[in-house]
Design a protein around this ligand. Structure first.
Ligand code: CMC
Length: 443
């Protein structure tokens, strides 16, 4: 017999609610009929305890520090795969065959250039615009040139559009960087692999080709792999929300870029390095800085620490931490901020404020350090996160439109949460001459 949970309401009435069990044994109480049957809604501020969908893409066990893409542990994917193979795994659910890899690789190459007339849009942004602002606008604009409808049922067209987006996000990101520096945009090369091609477009000059070291390419590819998906995080939930209204893939992905930008989410990698620079410039010791964070009155958080889901360790952070050490040795990089980062990490990990709240370094703590060592400009950090997260957004967009792989659920209903209203109750209209409260500024 199917498992149920029984809810006893304040009036003593009872309601049996179905229990849904995931493939990893996760249990959820299905409250989708709660309101229609009782008039109650569930209240879960910031969705901390809400499963918003069934998904077959990524599994996280935050207590045990487990992260798997389509069943494959992140440690294995990081060791064995490339970003592009990982993208195919995440979007289509299986490791690609040689033929599938070659076809996708060709599609990436064919779709790597931006339409020529598209380039003029970059000139419309003032110099020093943040590349995230350019990236989100340009991804949205791409729809006008690539024109897919709801392409989910046409497998070939979906593959082409997925490849186009994964390939072009990299071209646009590099162009966004160049235009934010008033430098000429560099075209993609057809002989370079994905990550090298990005570095070429971002770092080459018309008169000088940039040639990355193998260690740099591998470190950046690893960064992209580790960011490729992370179940229902803020930006992915945003993509799903937009997709559920049946918006096209470009509009949904552009919304994902906007959601990612914030400092508590993808913007944290930039915020980590800004924090390290600030500590250095202020002359504060690490102990003094930690004391300011703990004091709370200054409203400072230790950026790159804490995670809604991981309560012991973030497995991506552990992989990146090892990569940081190798990379710094290999590149012979020295940067006083890297020493501050190490000191900060050691201090926080032995401080009761952080350990009692189960706040550990997250992926952004080390990714900020790695990107600094690679010489990536600060305002490009979150852009790189967006390039990495694109496969996850595409896979989640597709899941909204056709249901999780292996589940005959079909397309999702439109996402539309409820609320508990706490504003004014019905009141009389006040004539302008009798108004005393400034409704605009009085909050
Ligand atoms: N520094 C100091 N205190 C913190 C921090 C931090 N980084 N993070 C959480 N806390 C405290 C918080 O003040 C609260 O204390 P108390 O219970 O005494 O009021 C407690 O820990 C729980 O925090 P919360 O805000 O309820 O936790 P959350 O799950 O809502 O937030 C988080 C998760 C990641 C937004 C938060 O830990 C944070 O702001 N971290 C810094 C920003 C950051 O590194 N973000 C990247 C996250 S990982 C990648 C990604 O999602 O993009």
């Amino acid at each position: 017999m199917a498992e149920t949970a029984t809810l006893i309401l304040p009036d003593g009435s009872r309601l049996d609610l179905p229990v849904v069990v995931g493939t990893e044994g996760e249990r959820a109480i299905d409250i989708s009929h709660l309101r229609s049957e009782t008039g109650y809604v569930a209240l879960d501020d910031a969705y901390g305890n809400t499963g918003s969908c069934l998904s077959a893409i990524t599994y996280i066990d935050g207590e045990r520090g487990v992260l798997r893409y389509r069943g494959y542990p992140i440690e294995l994917v990081a060791q064995k795969s490339t970003f592009i193979e990982t993208a195919q795994l995440i979007i289509w659910g299986e490791l690609p065959t040689t033929e599938q890899r070659m076809r996708f690789s060709e599609l990436l190459t064919e779709n790597s250039s931006m339409p020529e007339e598209f380039r003029s849009h970059f000139a419309g942004f003032p110099a020093h615009s943040h590349p995230m602002s350019i990236l989100s606008a340009m991804i949205n604009a791409l729809q006008s040139y690539d024109l897919p409808g709801l392409i989910i049922d046409d497998h070939e067209e979906f593959e082409r559009v997925a490849a186009s987006l994964i390939s072009k996000v990299r071209t646009i990101a590099a162009a966004a960087y160049k235009s934010s520096r008033s430098e000429p945009i560099i075209y993609p090369r057809y002989d370079l692999a994905y990550t090298d091609n990005f570095l070429h477009m971002m770092k080459s000059k018309p008169y000088k080709e940039y040639v990355p070291t193998k260690a740099a390419t591998r470190a950046l590819d690893l960064f992209l792999i580790l960011h490729a998906d992370h179940e229902q995080n803020c930006s992915t939930s945003t993509v799903r929300m937009v997709a559920s209204g049946q918006a096209n893939l470009y509009a949904s992905a552009a919304a994902g870029v906007c959601a990612l930008w914030g400092r508590l989410h993808g913007g944290a990698n930039q915020a980590v390095v800004e924090m390290l620079s600030e500590i250095r410039a202020s002359g504060l010791t690490v102990t003094e800085y930690i004391a300011r964070v703990k004091d709370r009155s200054a409203g400072i958080r230790l950026m790159g620490f804490g995670h809604r889901v991981y309560r012991n360790f973030d497995p991506r952070a552990q992989i990146l931490k090892r990569a940081v050490d190798d990379l710094l040795d290999e590149l012979h990089v020295t940067d006083p901020r890297l020493d501050i980062a190490r000191e900060l990490e050691a201090a926080a990990l032995s401080d009761d404020y952080f350990t009692s709240r189960r706040l550990y370094p997250n992926v952004d703590f080390y990714s900020g350090i790695i990107l600094t060592a690679l010489g990536i400009p600060l305002d490009m950090f979150t852009v790189l996160f967006a390039i990495g997260r694109m496969p996850g957004w595409i896979a989640n967009w597709a899941e909204v439109h056709s249901g999780p792989r292996g589940y005959a659920t079909g397309p999702s209903r439109i996402y539309r949460p409820r609320q508990v209203y706490v504003g004014a109750t019905e009141r009389e209209w006040t004539l302008q001459s009798q108004r005393t409260v400034d409704v605009v500024t009085d909050r």
